[in-house]
Write a protein that binds this ligand. Structure first.
Ligand code: JF5
Length: 231
């Protein structure tokens, strides 16, 4: 999968060199490029923002650097190919495990990181005229920019690409893969600071263990995420 990230803070994406994602890049499973939006700002101060038409607080990202950055990106791709452009923002559609599964099948994703009060609306419109565009929210809170949201989305997507994670079974046995939260897990020692591991897990009775774990998942989901049980 090819991944491009356009940002005014390329260093924010440095963690993508680490751990499983870094390994996947070195193994050639992920072809990831981070681009500095300011390379497409040509005035003396490499300005990427300006005051909002109509007034109001804060600054808005200017359209011209974005237009040029996206032109370059599309020009870099194979003939006739375009990326699916993802723009993180609190006003987007919710990002879920299903979104990650869907995006993990795409050959080329590009992420546009907004800052300040957001990006001039015409950038979304013009991009949507030539490529699929999705505005996606990680959750109902506000970040300073899209970079941290991109880190989370890229990690959630990339780990679903075959070969990125060694143990494929660990992908199906986890929270959100089947609509329930995960059961509690324990490891050695069997007693720690006076706390015992639930006896059933030491019983060797695999049927009873599976039943207990399912009950734990239901209880935990009801307590923490009742919204997941309503449908
Ligand atoms: C952003 C303008 C983008 O704040 C977010 C965000 C919240 N949930 N998901 C993403 O994105 C950063 C801030 C301001 C555009």
């Amino acid at each position: 999968m090819r991944l491009d990230v356009i940002t005014i803070f390329p260093d924010y994406l440095a963690p993508l060199d680490l751990s499983l994602i870094g390994k996947a890049r070195r193994d050639g499973l992920i072809d990831l490029h981070v681009h500095d939006l300011r390379e497409h700002a040509h005035d003396r101060h490499r300005t990427v923002d300006d005051t909002p038409y109509g007034g109001g607080a804060g600054m808005v990202m200017k359209p011209e650097p974005w237009g040029e950055a996206l032109d370059e990106l599309v020009g870099n791709g194979a003939e006739g190919q375009v990326p699916h452009l993802i723009i993180p923002g609190p006003g987007g559609i919710p990002f879920t495990q299903q979104t990650a599964r869907d995006l993990a099948t795409e050959p080329w994703l590009a992420f546009a990181c907004g800052r300040y009060e957001g990006i001039d609306e015409r950038v979304y419109e013009e991009a949507a005229a030539r490529m699929p565009v999705s505005v996606i929210s990680l959750g109902d809170y506000v970040l300073n920019g899209g970079e941290v949201a991109v880190l989370a989305m890229v990690e959630a997507i990339a780990r679903l690409i075959p070969g990125v994670i060694g143990n494929e079974q660990s992908l199906v046995e986890e929270s959100h893969e089947d609509g329930l939260l995960e059961y509690p897990v324990y490891t050695k020692p069997a007693t720690w600071r006076g706390r015992e591991v639930p006896e059933i897990l030491l019983s060797g009775n695999h049927g009873a263990i599976a039943e207990w774990r399912h009950e734990q998942r239901l209880q935990r989901t009801a307590a923490r995420r009742p919204d997941l049980l309503s449908d």
